[in-house]
Design a protein around this ligand. Structure first.
Ligand code: 5GP
Length: 204
């Protein structure tokens, strides 16, 4: 490799090295898997989304940036989201703010399918990983356990079936969350091998 003379300071990168998009329908355990992933792999930075949904009693205050619709739309107008959507499951707005990851860290997004499609279009190198439920029954049970009411469970299952079909076509990888420990190892393995390939491509 030829040594390069020191040049002017590089401008900040427009977006980070690798964007991992963990997506899938509600109740498949994306959140738990992502939490495990962050423990298993370092150099990852989890983006914190904005939402107009009210905070659930079980949720920590920093689970999202909780805002009202006006605040959300103001940020939309200012170009402050890399993707945003009105989530069919509950009619609330959700968005990924422009990335603020420290240099050298890869970004992890935990979002729904429409947002995943927007990210793929904007950043074609993003790695899309679909998390799938092992069965409808398991998905329904998980939604109920975390406090979704029956109407919401029925709606999310119906929307989820079609989204799962579309998601499988879009995804670079599919992880079935049949067993938390196994699925998180698989997810960490995918992230590790994508990084290795990205590193090799950069050296070529
Ligand atoms: P919940 O209200 O259950 O926390 O989230 C509802 C859905 O919105 C989930 O599928 C979650 O992954 C997704 N979601 C969370 N943050 C974002 C975001 O910033 N953008 C998009 N498009 N979806 C999000």
């Amino acid at each position: 490799m030829t040594a390069q003379p020191p040049g002017p300071a590089q401008p900040a990168r427009e977006h980070p090295r690798t964007i991992f998009v963990i997506f899938g329908v509600g109740g498949v355990g994306k959140g738990t898997l992502v939490a495990r992933l962050l423990k298993l792999r370092d150099h990852l930075w989890l983006s914190r989304s904005w939402t107009t949904r009210p905070r659930r009693p079980s949720e920590p205050a920093d689970a999202y940036v909780f805002v009202d619709r006006d605040q959300f739309m103001e940020r939309v107008k200012a170009g402050g989201f890399v993707e945003w959507t009105e989530f069919a499951g509950n009619g609330h707005l959700y968005g990924t703010p422009t990335f603020d990851a420290p240099p050298g860290l890869d970004v992890v997004l935990e979002i729904e399918i429409d947002g995943a499609a927007q990210i793929k279009q904007r950043y074609p190198d993003a790695v899309l990983i679909l998390i799938a439920a092992p069965s409808r029954q398991v998905q329904a049970d998980r939604l109920r356990q975390r406090g979704d009411d029956e109407k919401s469970v029925v709606r999310r299952l119906a929307v989820g079936e079609e989204e799962d079909r579309v998601g499988r076509r879009m995804a670079n990888h599919v992880v079935v969350n049949d067993d938390l420990s196994r699925a998180s190892q698989e997810l960490a393995g995918i992230v590790g091998s994508c990084r290795q390939h990205a590193g090799e491509a950069r050296r070529e």
